[in-house]
Design a protein around this ligand. Structure first.
Ligand SMILES: [Zn+2]
Length: 294
C-alpha cells in the first residue's frame, strides 16, 4: 500500500496536488472516500482539534483505516491545525498519517522551538508520520466571514523566513501564507469575489525550501490561481468551508422538502451527495492542473 510520503512524491513529480478535505462526521467521510474511489485519486481526510473532539481521535483513525483496508484505497488522515504537543502525540499514537503542528500564532522563534519539539516527539512515536509546520497568518476558522481577518497582507511568508523555519524545524511540509485565507467572505458566497494567490511568492518559497507545501484555506480561490499554485509547488490543497456550505444548504433543502421526516439516513443522502460533488470537482481540478495552460 502506498504511503502518504510516496503519494506526495508522486503528486509533486507529476505537478499535481493531493486534495485535503475536512470531516467531522460520517457524511463528510463517506463523501470524501466515495469521490476519491470513483476518480481513483489519492486523498487526505483532515480532522482539526474540534473535528477530532466531535468524531473521536481513535474513531476517525479507525474509520479511515477501514476504508483503506477494504478498498485498497490511498486515503490518508491528517491531524489538521494541532496547537499542543499533547494533541500532536495523541494523533500520532492513534495512527494518523500526518500531523500539522500549528504554531503560526506564536512569535517566529517560539513557533520554531515548539514545532521542532513536535517534530522530534512525533518521529519518536512513528518516523513514517509526515509532519507539517505553519508560518504566517491566514485567519483562524473555516466559516463564512463578513470581512477578511486583520493583517493578512502584512504576514505573507517570505522565502527567507520559510528557509529558516524549514531548516530549524525539520518539517516535511510547510504551510505558508501566500494570499490564502481560512473561510469564505459573504461576497465569495454570493459569487461576487474570489481569492487570489501570489504565485511568484509560492515559486520562490519552493525554491528556497525544497519541501512539500500545503495551501490552506483554498475554498473560494480563483481556479486558474489554484492550478498555477499547484504548478508552482503546492502539493496539498485544503478545502473545508466549501464542503460545510454545501452540507448546510443541502441539509436545509432536505428538511424543507420533507418537513416531518425524522430518518437520519434518508435526510442525510442530500448533504452526502452535495459534499461529494464538491470533493469530486476539486479533485478533478487538482489532478488536471498539470495539463492545463496558463
Ligand atoms: Zn488550515
Amino acid at each position: 500500500m502506498t504511503t502518504l510520503r510516496e503519494a506526495l512524491q508522486q503528486a509533486h513529480r507529476a505537478g499535481r496536488a493531493l486534495g485535503h478535505f475536512n470531516a467531522s462526521d460520517l457524511v463528510a467521510l463517506r463523501a470524501i472516500a466515495e469521490a476519491s474511489r470513483e476518480l481513483g485519486s489519492p486523498v487526505l481526510v483532515g480532522a482539526s482539534e474540534g473535528e477530532r473532539e466531535f468524531i473521536g481521535v481513535r474513531q476517525v483513525a479507525a474509520l479511515v483505516a477501514s476504508v483503506r483496508d477494504e478498498f485498497g484505497q490511498p486515503i490518508f488522515l491528517n491531524a489538521d491545525h494541532t496547537h499542543s504537543l499533547e494533541k500532536a502525540e495523541e494523533a500520532a499514537r492513534a495512527g494518523f498519517d500526518e500531523v500539522l503542528f500549528d504554531g503560526s500564532r506564536l512569535p517566529f522563534e517560539e513557533n520554531v522551538g515548539q514545532t521542532r519539539r513536535a517534530v522530534e516527539a512525533i518521529r519518536a512515536i512513528d518516523p513514517g508520520i509526515v509532519v507539517e509546520g505553519e508560518i504566517g497568518w491566514i485567519g483562524a476558522s473555516s466559516e463564512v466571514h463578513e470581512s477578511a481577518p486583520e493583517g493578512l497582507e502584512r504576514t505573507m511568508t517570505t522565502p527567507e523566513e520559510a528557509r529558516q523555519f524549514v531548516e530549524a524545524t525539520g518539517v516535511d511540509v510547510l504551510a505558508p501564507s501566500v494570499g490564502n485565507m481560512h473561510g469564505l467572505l459573504q461576497s465569495m458566497v454570493r459569487g461576487e469575489s474570489e481569492k487570489h494567490l501570489d504565485i511568484d511568492r509560492i515559486r520562490r518559497i519552493q525554491q528556497a525550501t525544497h519541501v512539500f507545501m500545503t495551501l490552506h484555506g483554498a475554498s473560494g480561490t480563483n481556479a486558474r490561481d489554484l492550478a498555477d499554485a499547484i504548478r508552482a509547488g503546492m502539493t496539498i490543497v485544503h478545502i473545508n468551508t466549501e464542503l460545510r456550505l454545501a452540507w448546510r444548504r443541502a441539509l436545509e433543502s432536505a428538511l424543507a422538502r420533507d418537513p416531518s421526516g425524522v430518518t437520519p439516513y434518508k435526510i442525510l443522502v442530500g448533504p452526502l451527495q452535495a459534499v461529494k460533488e464538491v470533493v469530486r470537482s476539486r479533485l478533478q481540478l487538482f489532478h488536471g492542473s498539470a495539463g492545463s495552460s496558463g
